[in-house]
Design a protein around this ligand. Structure first.
Ligand code: PGA
Length: 221
């Protein structure tokens, strides 16, 4: 189908478990698959699947320096081509739109492609939220190597998905503002993936990407 299928493994899978998983799925050229493992599993994942198909779940916004525990985009670039920025689970911790904007620029300066996550929480106005997150997140960025993931916060890990018509509306709102591919994330499974894929450029899959059998079905659509 030639869509983007991204797997966000969150804080799951050791490098050994990641290797076992990748040996069980065969990745064809049908779609562009990108795996976002933990930092510690990234070298193993990229050596098996290739740097074009792997990325970090987070990066810091400085190239180097006295930032204990942080990982710079330059370090990620040694292993992978992508960085996931602005996931709602990180926004919930401490990341503001301004910090996310700094991370996007730093990742691009290091030569990484960026998968930027945006989406409204329950009760928030969708378009107003998307407009602010995109304006601040993409300030000073080059739209060329950006993929945007529309992930309504209320749909992440809850088993609730946005309806295909709602996704289509959000996708066209985002595309009117930015010339980027737009993918959907939020409780995607092997059973609903096809419907979601019909209205956007790909999927960001969390929970359902942890199971090799289920994920194989999604990447083969
Ligand atoms: P989920 O997570 O598929 O488990 O809802 C998606 C995400 O957090 O990107």
């Amino acid at each position: 189908m030639n869509k983007i299928i991204a797997a966000n493994w969150k804080m799951n899978k050791s490098s050994k478990e990641a290797e076992d998983f990748l040996r069980r799925i065969e990745i064809s050229d049908k779609n562009t698959v990108i795996i976002f493992p933990s930092f510690t599993a990234l070298p193993a994942v990229s050596s098996i699947i290739g740097r074009h198909h792997s990325g970090a779940q987070n990066v810091f916004y400085e190239e180097k320096g006295a930032y204990t525990g942080e990982i710079s985009p330059v370090m990620v670039k040694e292993f992978a081509d992508y960085a996931l920025v602005g996931h709602s689970e990180r926004r919930a911790l401490w990341e503001t739109d301004e910090i996310i904007g700094k991370k996007v620029r730093a990742a691009q300066n290091a030569g990484l492609k960026v998968l930027l996550c945006v989406g409204e929480a329950g009760g928030q106005d969708r378009n107003r939220t998307l407009e602010t997150q995109l304006r601040k997140g993409l300030m000073g960025a080059n739209e060329k190597n950006i993929v945007i993931a529309y992930e309504p916060v209320w749909a992440i890990g809850t088993g609730l998905t946005a309806k295909a018509a709602e996704i289509a509306e959000a996708v066209s709102f985002i595309k009117a503002l930015h010339k980027c591919s737009v993918i959907y994330g939020g409780s995607v499974t092997a059973s609903n993936a096809k419907e979601m894929l019909s209205v956007c450029d790909g999927l960001l899959v969390g929970g359902a990407s942890l199971d090799a059998e289920g994920f194989r079905k999604i990447i083969e659509l």
